[in-house]
Design a protein around this ligand. Structure first.
Ligand SMILES: [Fe+2]
Length: 228
């Protein structure tokens, strides 16, 4: 593990909660001398104590280990707050709904920051019935390729894993998709709002089922009242 709870973090949290070393020790069932040792970097709390310590200070284990508060932007578990991590060694893709300590191949992975698509990473999106057909104009060599496409809506995430020598394309269910991301193994994570990326070949005609239903309803209404 690259990071473990430090004495400085325990001291900071204890002082923030206006607790003495003895008070903390009593809550954890250890001696005040033990707490003092942790705070003076002369020992670490056993791993079985991490959860009780986190509970006493009302922080998450992640916050305890990283030493910085994680403001819980994830209360509503909204998928649009999705975070992706990719292991540079094996290409493993990890999806999280909030900050997490993610390790793969001994590396602590950083959350990927998505950038707007650029001229080297152009995405084309077409509507095909109730799906988006997504294609990225990009090399798919082993050295430089798109390794996944993710379509994010407020309540789900569809991840399509891609492989070198395969096609840089995917079909995803359209319903509710607000953001499409894709990852280039060299250049990182890109995103686009699909509404902006739609390559609508039929002059912007909207084929969505909602639109078709509305049109049917309008037609039926018109047929009933032809004079209007
Ligand atoms: Fe690239």
């Amino acid at each position: 593990m690259n990071q473990y709870v430090t004495g400085a973090v325990i001291r900071k949290l204890r002082e923030k909660h206006k607790m003495t070393q003895l008070q903390l020790a009593q809550k954890l069932g250890v001696t005040d001398k033990t707490v003092s040792k942790w705070e003076n970097a002369k020992g670490y709390p056993d791993i079985t104590l991490l959860e009780p310590i986190a509970e006493v200070f009302r922080v998450s284990i992640t916050e305890l280990l990283s030493g910085s508060p994680v403001y819980n932007a994830n209360v509503s578990a909204n998928m649009l707050r999705s975070i992706f991590y990719v292991c540079p060694v094996c290409g493993n893709v990890i999806h999280s709904l909030g900050e997490a300590m993610v390790q793969c191949h001994g590396l602590l992975l950083s959350p990927l920051e998505a950038e707007q698509t650029d001229e080297h990473h152009m995405i084309f999106i077409e509507r095909v019935e109730d799906e988006y057909y997504v294609r990225i104009d990009h090399s798919m060599s082993k050295a430089h390729h798109i390794s996944f496409i993710a379509a994010v809506s407020s309540d789900d995430v569809q991840i399509v894993k891609l492989y070198p020598e395969g096609a840089a394309e995917a079909r995803v269910r359209m319903r509710g998709v607000r953001r499409i991301c894709f990852y280039c193994n060299r250049d990182g994570l890109f995103f686009i709002d699909p509404i902006k990326g739609i390559d609508d070949k039929e002059s912007g005609y909207d084929h969505s089922s909602e639109r078709r239903e509305l049109e049917e309803a309008a037609k039926a209404l018109y047929e009933r009242c032809p004079s209007q």
